[in-house]
Design a protein around this ligand. Structure first.
Ligand code: NAP
Ligand code: MG
Length: 499
């Protein structure tokens, strides 16, 4: 019996799954030029859900041409900001109206809890569309008081315009498929760009359902195009001369390939990459909130978070007691398929990801780490892994250095006299960090010392649509969310008029 049968699906989800799943190009749903398709799987069972069009370089060409046409000629280019605002807002409302449907579809394709996918992933994606809808009417240039000393008698009127970049290629991962699509598409549209989106091969479905909403909201054809496919389709976008900007979220390894590929036409690049984030717990922290908060830090979304707080630094005085409490809380988490309303921890997204996490577990144990809880796969089928808390680890272990992207944390003690900052910053990554203390001065000092794009104090995953998000060091280039994302999707023109 599949998870699908055990947990009945919404009629709209069943209807969506029964249809063909083409590419969205120029407002039409079309098969791949090759006619090929590929399957997407339910990670709770390993069974196929449905097939989607297998987009390749030729399809990317078609989508880029459609996006170019929409940018240069279509009604989109002539639309007023308040018209764009209304359209983008409408997508947010449609997402909210259908949050249950999107939640179920995401759970099926990705493995995460349908309930969480509904109230976190989908409602947040809706919020992102509404937030950037508001920005469409608020993107402004400025007037500049120029001096022009070499034209002593001249008078001038100088100002800046903030204009869209053009055709934006956007490549996203499988951990938050719908949410990552919203972070990418919404600010690009607010600034007046057009988009070619490539979802991850493991989780193409919610991007396709989202594609339908643009049609329904009344967007002109070609403004948003969706090409489902594999890494080669992403590579074709990154290298395409018709693409003006590429935005990527995923592994640091592929991020570097994007940079290489973008060199041809020097397209603008923004990157949201990996992490190995420190979560620092001082002995004076509120134990009762720091324990569940520190579990959430590495276990949320099954550890498949770029910001996961997977290096847990605990002050030596409370190390044994704290890590034991974290292990006990993690061991109680209910594991199961995402469609089961009781599930708190679902499967890894794919066989490949399951194998990768399993390999890290073996390596950690072989290196001499001790698992306070977990350390092995769970269940008889599907890609489940037990939540795992490792102690007796050393900074050079692969489980401490490398991004695992699974439900695995490595705990390290620190001595407050010697400080924790150097150890916490000892990483090629710098995406996020957590700090737990009741001492407000210590909180600010530590937040300042940590080399990370986001620091969360007495909480973890303290995201907000209005707060900029992005990485120090090898965790990325640029900032998404907030007003900062508009910098990624606009370019400034300086106009100087001699009067
Ligand atoms: P990935 O390879 O970086 O995939 C991210 C996206 O890039 C996917 O849409 C992928 O397409 C596409 N892609 C792959 N090769 C490409 C290329 N040469 N040029 C352009 N696009 C390309 O990540 P993954 O393989 O799914 O996961 C591997 C590891 O990356 C994870 O274990 C984790 O450590 C890390 N990761 C990080 C994040 C994050 O949010 N920072 C997210 C996901 C994964 P296909 O999937 O269709 O091949
Ligand atoms: Mg899938």
């Amino acid at each position: 019996m599949t998870a699908t049968v055990q947990f009945p699906l919404h009629t709209a989800v069943r209807e969506f799954l029964s249809g063909p799943h083409g590419l969205l190009i120029g407002g039409e749903w079309v098969p791949a030029a090759s006619g090929r398709t590929f399957p997407t799987y339910d990670p709770a069972t390993g069974e196929k859900i449905t097939d989607v069009a297998h987009g390749e370089a030729e399809d990317v060409d078609r989508a880029v041409a459609a996006a170019r046409k929409a940018f240069e000629e279509g009604p989109w280019a002539r639309m007023k900001p308040n018209e764009r605002e209304r359209l983008i807002w409408r997508v947010g409302d449609l997402l909210s109206e259908r949050a249950e449907i999107f939640g179920q579809l995401e759970a099926l394709d990705n493995g995460k809890s349908a309930m969480i996918a509904q109230v976190v992933d989908t409602e947040w994606a809706a919020d992102v569309f509404r937030y950037y809808a508001g920005w469409a009417t608020k993107i402004e240039g400025s007037t500049v008081n120029v001096s022009m000393p070499f034209v002593p008698d001249g008078q001038f009127h100088a100002y800046t315009l903030r204009e869209p970049v053009g055709v934006c290629g956007q490549i996203i991962p499988w951990n938050f498929p719908l949410l990552m699509a919203s972070w990418k598409i919404a600010p690009a549209l607010a600034a007046g760009n057009t988009v070619v989106l490539k979802p991850a091969e493991q989780t193409p479905l919610t991007a396709l359902l989202l594609g339908q909403l643009f049609e329904e909201a009344g967007f002109p054809p070609g403004v948003v195009n969706v090409v489902t496919g594999f890494g080669d389709a992403g590579a074709a976008i990154a290298a395409h001369d018709g693409v003006d900007k590429v935005a990527f979220t995923g592994s640091t390894e592929v991020g570097k390939k994007i940079v290489d590929a973008a060199k041809g036409n020097l397209k603008k690049v923004s990157l949201e990459l990996g992490g190995k984030s420190p979560n620092v717990v001082f002995a004076d922290a509120d134990f009762d909130i720091a324990v569940p908060g520190s579990v959430n830090a590495w276990l949320f979304n099954h550890g498949q978070c770029c910001v996961a707080g997977t290096r847990l630094f605990v002050e030596d005085k409370i190390f044994d007691e704290f890590t034991q409490a974290v292990a006990e809380a993690a061991a109680q988490v209910k594991i199961g398929p995402g469609l089961d309303p009781a599930t708190q921890l679902g499967p890894m997204v794919s066989q490949e990801q399951f194998d990768r996490v399993s390999r890290y577990l073996s390596e950690g144990l072989a290196d001499g780490a001790r698992a306070l809880t977990g350390g092995k796969p769970w269940g008889e089928r599907g890609y489940f892994i037990e939540p795992t808390v490792f102690v007796d680890v050393r900074p050079e272990f692969s489980i401490v250095r490398e991004e695992i992207f699974g439900p695995v944390v490595a705990a390290l003690p620190f001595n407050a006299e010697q400080g924790v900052e150097a150890a916490a910053n000892n990483s090629e990554y710098g995406l996020a960090a957590g700090v737990w203390t009741r001492d407000v001065s210590k909180a600010h000092r530590t937040a300042k010392a940590l080399k990370a794009g986001s620091v969360w104090v007495n909480q973890y995953n303290g995201f907000d649509t209005a707060m900029p998000f992005g990485g120090y060091k090898q965790s990325g280039w640029g900032r998404e969310l907030g007003a900062a994302a508009l910098d990624l999707y606009t370019q400034t023109k300086a106009v100087n008029i001699a009067l």
